[in-house]
Ligand binder design. Structure first.
Ligand code: 4NP
Length: 164
């Protein structure tokens, strides 16, 4: 059985999307689902290519029990063929991704918070210029959204991917 490939996208690929990838990977491992999912993250911008995740973001995640690492890369058109589902964090990331979508793209593009049971409409806010409160808020949003995403992927047996 082929794996479902999930790509998380933000602007810089140092705060939100590598954290989302880290939480998703941890959940997949905890639930014994590593044979079923692959995951990666990237940014729409080139500012931080090759850098590790923001240290404030990693410190906050560690407090919440999640350890992760990543090397930032920029979104590429090839990602539309390499992934099944692409999850931009906010409207701006969504528009940037959609503007590059080729007609024969394989991947479905859905905003991350589509899977947040508390609020399906909002963005995952950019925490880069804020303080600790912002990083904790982002963690809680991603924690819920990723549980929602996994639940949907498992309960619906990934059928929603082909139904869209
Ligand atoms: P991210 O956060 O998109 O969640 O990784 C940001 C990181 C860097 C910048 C903006 C947002 N920046 O302007 O450098």
């Amino acid at each position: 059985m082929s794996k479902v490939k999930v790509l998380f996208v933000c602007l810089g690929n140092i705060c939100r999307s590598p954290l989302a990838e880290g939480i998703f990977r941890q959940r997949v491992i905890e639930q014994g689902l590593s044979d079923h999912f692959d995951m990666d993250s990237c940014g729409t911008a080139a500012y931080h290519i090759g850098k590790g995740p923001d240290t404030r973001s990693m410190a906050n995640a560690e407090k919440n029990g999640v350890i992760y690492d990543h090397s930032a890369r920029q979104f590429d058109v090839q990602d539309f063929y390499d992934f099944d589902i692409i999850l931009p964090m906010d409207d701006s990331n969504f528009e940037d991704v959609i503007s590059l979508r080729p007609p024969d793209a394989k991947a479905k593009v859905m905003k991350m918070r589509h899977f947040d049971p508390v609020d399906r409409e909002s963005d995952v806010p950019d925490p880069y210029y804020g303080g600790e409160k912002g990083f904790q808020e982002v963690f809680e949003i991603l924690d819920r959204s990723i549980d929602g995403l996994l639940e949907e992927l498992i309960i619906n047996n990934v059928t929603f991917l082909s139904a869209m």
